[in-house]
Design a protein around this ligand. Structure first.
Ligand SMILES: [Zn+2]
Length: 189
């Protein structure tokens, strides 16, 4: 099934752009192959969301210096998305509508947070606005998009992952991730 934002989005839906930040795009500290290719598609979805009366959320990875997820601290990842750096900024071509709500994660000193729902209060925020259906894209498909979509399904939302609007770190883990998402009831479009 191919998704069409102008046909599919309805009032009360939410488009969720996960971590479309410079460090996850080509040239960044933790680049996802073709990561910048998600920008145009997400721009189309976010513009359509405005027309449809749907909400837009953008999550960002936002680490303190010397975060435990960084390799020098014994974590799995190169240093990335350090608070207030250019690497942590949203991609310059990402056109976030003015009323976009930003979900900040990765700020904790004691753990990493891949999911936009991980102790952020995001589920409560969505429910408070009566939102039931999510359309998710962003980076990376096999890490933070995966974790966000799985948590969203657990919280009872109808979850769509837009494959055109996401890219994975590797093709192999993309396949594995999409199978896992489908098993969890996520609609992979
Ligand atoms: Zn991170």
């Amino acid at each position: 099934m191919t998704a069409d934002p102008h046909r599919d989005l309805t009032q009360g839906d939410a488009v969720v752009a996960v971590d479309v930040q410079n460090d996850f795009c080509p040239g960044g500290a933790l680049e996802v192959p073709e990561g910048d290719r998600v920008v145009d598609t997400l721009n189309t979805w976010m513009a359509a969301a405005r027309d449809a009366g749907a909400h837009v959320y953008a999550s960002r990875d936002w680490h303190p210096r010397d975060h435990i997820s960084f390799q020098p601290q014994g974590g799995p990842w190169p240093v990335h998305c350090v608070q207030d750096t250019t690497g942590a900024a949203f991609h310059p071509y990402l056109r976030l509508p003015e009323d976009t709500i930003v979900v900040t994660k990765g700020t904790r000193f004691d753990k990493d947070q891949y999911s936009a729902f991980d102790e952020t209060g995001f589920a409560e925020e969505l429910k408070r606005h009566g939102i039931e259906r999510l359309w998710i894209g962003g980076l990376a498909e096999d890490v933070c998009v995966r974790a966000t979509a799985l948590d969203a399904a657990k919280h009872g939302f109808t979850v769509h992952v837009l494959t055109e609007a996401t890219r994975a770190i590797s093709a192999e883990s993309r396949e594995k991730t999409e199978a896992e998402l489908k098993d969890a009831g996520v609609l992979v479009l």
